[in-house]
Design a protein around this ligand. Structure first.
Ligand code: GAP
Length: 473
C-alpha cells in the first residue's frame, strides 16, 4: 500500500533532473551559461519521446498535415516581413540597487496589472511610474528602477557577413519556427499534393534574447518549438480553429496530464490581424502558466511575405477556380515546457505501508516518476540478482539483448535489488526484470511493476508478448 506524502515543488523536480541525468545547466563547469539547459541521457530520451508523440499525432495520424524541417537561418527579410525586427520586444528595466534586469510587464503582472504587447515605450513607462511604489525587485526587494526600454528579442549573428561590421546587416537565429513554414507554404503546395485545408508541422530550435529567464526550463533563450500552421479558406477559420482547440486539449490528456491541471486562457487584447487567441495553461509548480498557444491568425503572415517577397502566395482552388490568400490556424508549444509539465504531473513521493496499514518506515520515501509508459526514457531495466555470478549475468545479458531490439532498455547489476528498483522508479521505468537462480532452472523471471510495486513470475518466452501488451505507443 502506498500514500503520496509530498507535493511536487520546482526544487524537487530540478534536483531529480540533475541527480538522475535529465537536465543539466549549460556550461556548468564554467559556472553556467544563463537561460540555456542541456538534456542529459534520460532527458534526451524523454524529450525525444514527447516529440515523437507530437509528430505522430500531428502527421502520421492525420491525412491533412505534412512535415517540414526548415533552416534555423533564413533571409533577414523574413524577420522584417513578420514584424519581428521592429516589434518583437519586451519592456526592460533594471533594479538600481542590485542591477538585476527585469521585464516590466512581468513586474506589473505580479501586482495584477496587465500591460499590452502593443503599448509604446511611453505608455508602458506611464503605467510603470504610476505603480512603481507597489513593485518590488524579486532579487533584493527594493523598488528603485530605471525607465523602461523596449528590448528586441531577436538574436543576431554574423552568418555570411564578412564586412567586419555585421551589426549593420545582421542575420538572425530564428525567433520562432513557423516563419519557415510560411515561406515554404508554396513549395509544399506545389510538391506534396496537398489541398486546402491542410497543415504543415515542424519541430525545431528557436532563440530569443529573453530578459528574465526564471523557472528552470520554462523560459529559456534557446528552446525547441513544435508548431503547426493549418491553411484554410477565408471564412472557414473558426470551424477549424475549434477543431484544433479540441485536438490540442486531447493531446495533453493523452500525454497523461490530468484535466484539473489544464485550463484555457483567452487573450483579450488581440493584435489587429488575429481573429481569436487562446492559450492552454498548465498548473506548473509556480502556478498556471502558458503551455501552448492556439491562434487564428487570419491571412496576416502570408500577406506580409507576399508583400515583402513580391511573390504571389495566393491559392487557386482547383475545383471552383477561386483565388485567395489562405487564413492560418496556428498551434505552437515548446518541448521544454511540455517536458516540465509532464515531469510535474509524473513526480510522486510515496510512503510505503504494509497490509495492516502500518508505515514500513516513515523515513523511507519512494520517489517515483509515474510517466505514461510511452514517454518513459527507459521502458525495461534488466537485472541479474547478483553481479558476481557469471551464469546469472550471462542469462540477464541474453534477456536484455533480446528485449532491447524493441524497447529502450537498461542493464544494471549495481548495488542491491531494492536500490536498483528505487533508481529505476526515479527515472520512471515501467518494468524491472530480475534474473535469479530459479530462472536458470525454469526460465522464469521476476517482473516488477513500477506503479503497483507488485512482482510476478513470467516465462522468458512470454516477455515480449507481455511488454507489447503493456507498453503501447
Ligand atoms: N509562432 C508563435 C509563437 O512562437 P509564442 O507564444 O511566442 O508564439 C509559442 O511561443 C510557445 O513556445 C509557447 O507557448 C511556449 O510553449 C514556447 N516558448 C516560447 N518562448 C519560450 C521560451 N523562451 N522558452 C521556452 N519555451 C518558450
Amino acid at each position: 500500500m502506498k500514500k503520496s506524502v509530498a507535493d511536487n515543488s520546482l526544487e524537487k523536480i530540478v534536483s531529480l533532473c540533475k541527480r538522475r541525468g535529465f537536465v543539466f545547466q549549460s556550461s556548468e563547469i564554467y559556472d553556467g551559461f544563463p537561460a540555456v539547459y542541456d538534456f542529459g541521457p534520460y532527458g534526451v530520451e524523454l524529450a525525444n519521446n514527447i516529440k515523437k508523440h507530437w509528430w505522430r499525432s500531428m502527421t502520421q495520424l492525420r491525412d491533412d498535415v505534412v512535415g517540414l524541417d526548415s533552416g534555423i537561418f533564413m533571409s533577414p527579410k523574413i524577420w522584417e516581413a513578420s514584424g519581428h525586427v521592429k516589434g518583437f520586444s519586451d519592456p526592460l528595466t533594471e533594479c538600481k540597487k542590485c542591477h538585476t534586469r527585469l521585464r516590466v510587464d512581468t513586474l506589473l503582472e505580479d501586482i495584477g496589472i496587465f500591460a499590452d504587447e502593443k503599448m509604446t515605450e511611453e505608455e508602458i513607462n506611464k503605467i510603470f511610474d504610476e505603480n512603481k511604489a507597489k513593485v518590488k525587485c524579486p532579487n533584493c526587494g527594493e523598488n528603485n528602477f530605471t525607465e523602461a526600454k523596449k528590448f528586441n528579442l531577436l538574436v543576431q549573428s554574423n552568418l555570411g557577413n564578412f564586412t567586419g561590421d555585421w551589426t549593420k546587416e545582421p542575420t538572425y537565429l530564428r525567433g520562432e519556427t513557423c516563419q519557415g513554414i510560411y515561406v515554404n507554404y508554396k513549395n509544399v503546395l506545389d510538391s506534396a499534393r496537398v489541398k486546402i485545408p491542410f497543415g504543415i508541422a515542424q519541430i525545431g530550435k528557436a532563440f530569443r534574447n529573453e530578459i528574465t529567464a526564471r523557472q528552470f526550463i520554462f523560459r529559456t533563450r534557446e528552446f525547441e518549438q513544435m508548431e503547426m500552421q493549418y491553411f484554410v479558406k477565408p471564412g472557414e477559420d473558426m470551424k477549424y480553429y475549434e477543431e484544433w482547440r479540441a485536438a490540442r486539449w486531447n493531446f495533453y490528456l493523452d500525454l497523461g496530464i490530468s484535466e484539473k491541471n489544464l485550463k484555457w486562457h483567452k487573450h483579450e487584447n488581440l493584435v489587429f490581424y488575429a481573429k481569436e487567441a487562446y492559450d492552454i495553461e498548465y498548473n506548473f509548480p509556480f502556478g498556471f502558466k502558458e503551455l501552448e498557444g492556439v491562434h487564428a491568425r487570419g491571412d496576416y503572415d502570408l500577406t506580409q511575405h507576399s508583400k515583402f517577397s513580391g511573390k504571389d502566395l495566393n491559392y487557386l482552388d482547383p475545383q471552383t477556380n477561386e483565388k485567395y490568400t489562405p487564413h492560418v490556424v496556428e498551434t505552437s508549444v515548446g518541448v521544454g515546457r511540455t517536458f516540465l509539465a509532464v515531469l510535474t504531473e509524473a513526480y510522486c513521493e510515496e510512503e510505503i505501508f504494509d497490509e495492516k496499514g502500518k508505515s514500513k518506515d516513515p523515513q523511507d520515501i519512494r520517489t517515483v516518476l509515474k510517466l505514461p509508459f510511452n514517454l518513459a526514457p527507459i521502458k525495461i531495466a534488466v537485472f541479474p540478482l547478483l553481479k558476481n555470478k557469471p551464469e546469472l549475468v550471462a542469462k540477464a545479458r541474453e534477456v536484455y539483448n533480446q528485449l532491447k531490439i524493441n524497447w529502450r532498455c537498461e542493464f544494471d547489476d549495481n548495488g542491491n535489488i531494492g536500490k536498483r528498483y528505487r533508481r529505476q522508479d526515479e527515472i520512471g521505468t515501467p518494468y524491472c526484470v530480475t534474473i535469479d537462480f530459479d530462472t536458470l532452472e525454469n526460465s522464469e523471471v521476476t517482473v516488477r511493476d513500477r506503479n503497483t510495486m507488485e512482482q510476478s513470475r513470467i516465462k522468458i518466452s512470454d516477455l515480449e508478448k507481455f511488454m507489447t501488451e503493456k507498453i503501447k505507443l
